[in-house]
Design a protein around this ligand. Sequence first.
Ligand code: ADP
Length: 485
Amino acid sequence: MTISLNNPDLFVQHVHIDGEWTGARSGATMDVDDPATGAVIGMIPDCSEADTQAAIDAAEAAWPAWRAKTAGERAALLERWYTLMMDNVADLGRIMTAEQGKPKAEAEGEIRYAASFVKWFAEEGRRIDGSMIPAPEANRRILVMKEPVGVSAAITPWNFPSAMITRKCAPALAAGCPVVVKPSELTPFSALALVKLAEQAGFPKGVINIVTGQAAPIGSALTGSETVRKLSFTGSTRVGALLMRQSADTIKRLSLELGGNAPLIVFDDADLDLAVAATMASKFRNAGQTCVCANRILVQDGVYDAFAQKLAKAVSALKVAPGDRDGSTIGPLINRAAVDKVHAHVEDALSHGASIFAKAPEGATGERFATPVILTGATRDMRLAREETFGPVAPLFRFHDEAEGIALANDTSFGLASYFYTENLHRAFRVGERLEAGMVVLNTGGMAMEMAPFGGIKQSGLGREGAHAGIEEYLETKAFHIGGL
Ligand code: ADP
């Protein structure tokens, strides 16, 4: 299968190391397929530890000149990269739909979202500042300076193949750090296309390197390297913990965006139409495959039945179809294992007393498609209460009062996003302050935007992306004492 593009140069099947487009030294490759059809869409180099080391060496060599540039010079390159991304939204969206499956409108939305980080951090790079602290002696000055941490590695997942690249690389680059990127082997072409555009924007060789292939050897080369001073990872808590262990010997700086198990609480005094619209946005974006998707929908007694009815009506308007079909709102899941997990969670819930309340209309029936479903009677002893379902299943849990709702919401080892719906101001503050999450969302559906800090607490991770906090992750603090004045 070939992807039809206005600019075919954006479909790249090579990695980028030290300014060269190349294969793996061994010549090994891996196939990448289209989740909607299973058809192979292209091949990527299967890079080894040695290939990864070459990328690290290139980044190290590029560092002195890159950090020496002015913030304005780095911003100019980032702004050119942003413009090229925006000029190529349609092609970048097609590549994403082909390898990831998400509907065209969502794919193009992600490209604009991805580009927003490049623009934002071009601007934030100009606002890195320090301070001067009153010293204990009259002839001493204490300056606090911010410096780039150094060669930075980014390991990114398949659910946001472009945005997770720019959310990490743009702040690193703006701060003066060269990068080595390892995209998911399931969705490498979106990342490679972005690096192609970065090359066109004029980034010097070695500043942006990308390696593809099987995760384990690349991961150990990146984590084991003393040169790599920083690792930013988005993916599962299991792999995040593994990378954290692997990074321990070199005491690497880490940012980890890991799993979630987001509660969405609908109180008796909620605006139900608003809550339903927000639930649809939170639950079914990317067919339920985001770390901030509502995983547990907690509904208070008094509105449980009315909410379920309204949600069922909204779900009946979903269209399950390949992402390149007009009107598709739910594309395929990423692979067979993802579909199996969804089915296992539903079966487990049914065997523990849940019922299927409603389903979306039957659509595409390929082996990677899952039909959105609403379950009623969900309880905390079901798998879907503990684990991320990562699919289009909306389980409704019933609760009686505010304290029980909050306790249920916090009853998880994760703490990424929590949503709640109420029209009561006092309750809004009480609940917002007690929810254990890095992002609390009241009376709306989303929170992912370049100006707001994104990240989790508990086992959802370390550090923040976006906002000014996102660039701090790539900066070290140096105390500069000047005496004898
Ligand atoms: P998901 O569950 O979203 O697929 P993963 O944590 O499996 O999340 O994958 C996220 C990223 O982590 C991908 O780029 C994947 O290739 C990478 N990854 C998986 N296993 C390892 C590993 N052992 N070392 C380094 N990276 C890994």
